[in-house]
Design a protein around this ligand. Structure first.
Ligand code: SAH
Ligand code: SF4
Length: 386
């Protein structure tokens, strides 16, 4: 079911690209302060106060209209409305899976679209998987995103606006309510977050701010294919939870599946995990392991995985491979995945098998790819049905 959905917020202005220099939505506190100081000639103290005030309206209340900001003087509200907008990114497609997963296609500019996916019942109540880049420069052989050519880093505002657009759709304003649907954020959409660390860190600052969207840093997970030199900074700068796309237990195979391994091999990667700031039994590192039939799914590899992770506070997430057209792999059989999980489990590691979600709308891991270069999910489903 493809539908254009902005009906929840008919009042909302859509950011068509021309608005980007005037749009306050998604900006950091520092950006807002600088903007107000410049535009209205405010001193540092006044600019800070104004930024804090507007911050709460944007991120706590989801306001899109300056007129709603009743604690701001009328002439100031008019001045703000003259210079700025609070505009949402355009949601060009919204698909809802039979399992409740929602996939959004968000347009950032002409021909540039990213996807983000809301998955209910993951994390505390529901997780949002966000993208950090358009496409990915790495070419993991099992990943669909890696086959996409167009690549650019998203700005921190573009990352935050994915969260805002989904909060609109879930009607999660004001933020921080009791019965909210969105509790976790995972950077597992398109792109390698550690190749865009500054913007990812700035976005996490916005999303986790207690006066705004207020999602705890412990519920924000950043997944990396293993950009070792950036891992420590990620921990220091964001206090986010870390997930590692491991997928193989020896360098020969990992070189092939996750080619960045040639630069940062397994031993270096695991050392960086041992030194990840804040890792502890209460804050374990997640190791993602995609189950590829006859490639990485033997009992011996399960035992080797256990041996490798010794001494690291870890949990292991087994991900059934999500196929895509032309993919050179198959998913391991269910019995194989369970046998693998059993070995890891007996060694004392939690090893949940990730249930594939949103397969019917092409929203599962590694299936994200912009519409500009792939068939529309609705066509894929139509073909599958016919
Ligand atoms: N670039 C980052 C984050 C995005 S990928 C990373 O690689 O970690 C998010 C997760 O989906 C990674 O663990 C990735 O290995 C996994 N993934 C990619 N393609 C997949 C596929 N076809 N099936 C299952 N998992 C996949
Ligand atoms: Fe990029 Fe991650 Fe896909 Fe590898 S698995 S190609 S790093 S998005």
């Amino acid at each position: 079911m493809a539908e254009l959905d902005l009906t929840n917020r008919p009042d909302v202005q859509v950011n068509d690209g021309d608005l980007s220099t005037r749009n306050l939505s998604g900006l950091t506190k520092t950006e807002l302060r600088a903007l107000f100081a410049d535009t209205f000639g405010l001193d540092a103290k006044k600019a800070k106060m104004r930024a804090n005030q507007i911050w709460r309206w944007i991120y706590q209340h989801g306001a899109t209209d300056f007129e709603a900001m009743t604690d701001i003087a009328k002439d100031m509200r008019a001045g703000l409305a003259e210079k700025f907008v609070i505009a949402r990114p355009e949601v060009t497609e919204r698909l809802v899976s039979t399992d409740g997963t929602r996939k959004y296609l968000i347009r950032l500019g002409p021909g540039i679209e990213v996807e983000c996916v809301y998955i209910p019942d993951v994390g505390r109540v529901g997780a949002l998987c966000v993208s950090s880049q358009v496409g990915c420069t790495l070419n993991c052989t099992f990943c669909h995103t890696g086959t996409q050519k167009l690549v650019r880093n998203l700005t921190s505002a573009e990352i935050v606006n994915q969260v805002i657009a989904v909060k609109d759709d879930l009607e999660e304003w004001p933020s921080g309510g009791e019965d909210r649907l969105l509790s976790n954020i995972v950077f597992m959409g398109m792109g390698e977050p550690l190749y865009n660390l500054d913007n990812v860190a700035a976005a996490i600052d916005v999303i986790s701010d207690g006066d705004g969207i207020s999602l705890s840093r412990r519920r924000i997970t950043v997944s990396t294919s293993g950009v070792v030199p950036q891992m420590h900074d990620l921990g220091e700068e964001t206090s986010a939870m870390l997930a590692i796309s491991l997928h193989a237990t020896n360098n020969d195979l990992r070189d092939e599946l996750v080619p960045i391994n040639r630069k940062y091999p397994i031993a270096e990667l695991l050392d960086a995990c041992r030194n990840y700031p804040g890792a502890s039994n209460a804050r374990r590192i997640t190791f993602e392991y995609v189950m590829l039939k006859d490639i990485n799914d033997s009992d011996a590899e399960a035992r080797e995985l256990v041996r490798l992770l010794k001494g690291i506070p870890a949990k292991i997430n087994l991900i059934p491979f999500n196929p895509w057209p032309g993919a050179p792999y198959e998913c391991s059989s269910w019995e194989r995945i369970e046998a693998f999980a059993e070995i890891v489990n007996r060694a004392g590691y939690a090893s949940p098998i990730r249930t594939p979600r949103g397969r019917d709308i092409f929203a599962a891991c590694g299936q994200l790819k912009s519409e500009s270069v792939k068939k529309r999910a609705s066509d894929v489903r139509r073909e599958a049905a016919g």
